[in-house]
Design a protein around this ligand. Structure first.
Ligand SMILES: [Zn+2]
Length: 230
């Protein structure tokens, strides 16, 4: 059994890397953000309740999030999974503990200034959700050299996969980004401390290269530190 959480500030690539792990080693990705967006699109009761939080950059209340995750874990029968976007608060972490034991945390790290730049360049397909990035970064911060190439579509503003329009998510606008980073910093510290105390294995990865390189690093660490077959 592989019970993982992927953790990191908004824009560090939690979605990207958890999808890569799902594709390469077959662990089920559970993204609360994706579940929320689907509910909002379908305009369900849950979606309506969530919408106002998501669009302002605030966190969705614990009781709603916990219910959503519990339902999803039941649906996949608690098989190998990676949680993306959950738990974000200590209350959520404690509630999760009652459902399932977490074995490892992949902690993505990225300098804040780089994050803001990268998030501002993010675009997603309005139809299939495929992410792109129109900003290219080549910068040294502290001792870390960030080389993050842009991921542009072949035709400007159009998705390569399905031909639909690319948009900037409302929560990727600069004013909302700042708020999301603040919320992350405040909320993440106690959650990480909680898991450290519990002796959960931490896989720390600095996201300073392209997706393929960083994915390889994560896989080799999972293999070495957690004996996960990759
Ligand atoms: Zn598309």
């Amino acid at each position: 059994m592989t019970e993982l959480i992927i953790f990191g500030p908004p824009g560090s690539g939690k979605g990207t890397y958890s999808k890569e792990l799902e594709r390469l080693i077959g662990i089920k990705r559970i993204s609360t953000g994706d579940i929320f967006r689907k509910e909002i699109e379908k305009n369900t009761k849950l979606g309506q309740a969530i919408k106002k939080y998501v669009e302002s950059g605030a966190l969705v209340p614990d009781d709603i999030v916990i219910k959503v995750v519990e339902k999803e874990l039941k649906r996949i029968r608690k098989k190998n999974f990676i949680l993306d976007g959950f738990p974000r608060t200590i209350e959520q972490a404690k509630a999760l503990d009652k459902i399932v034991k977490i074995k490892g945390i992949i902690l993505l790290r990225m300098d804040e200034r780089i994050l803001i730049k990268k998030l501002a360049g993010r675009r997603v397909c309005i139809n299939c959700g495929k992410p792109y990035n129109v900003v290219s970064i080549d910068e040294v911060v502290g001792k870390v050299h960030y080389v993050l190439p842009a991921i542009k579509p072949k035709k400007r503003g159009i998705c390569d996969v399905c031909g639909s329009k690319l948009i900037q998510r409302k929560d990727d606008k600069p004013s909302v980004i700042k708020k999301r980073l603040e919320v992350y910093k405040k909320q993440s510290r106690p959650v990480l401390r909680y898991y450290r105390k519990k002796g959960v294995t931490f896989i720390n990865v600095t996201v300073n290269r392209d997706i393929e390189t960083v994915t390889k690093r994560i896989l080799s660490l999972l293999k070495r530190r957690m004996k996960i077959k990759v």
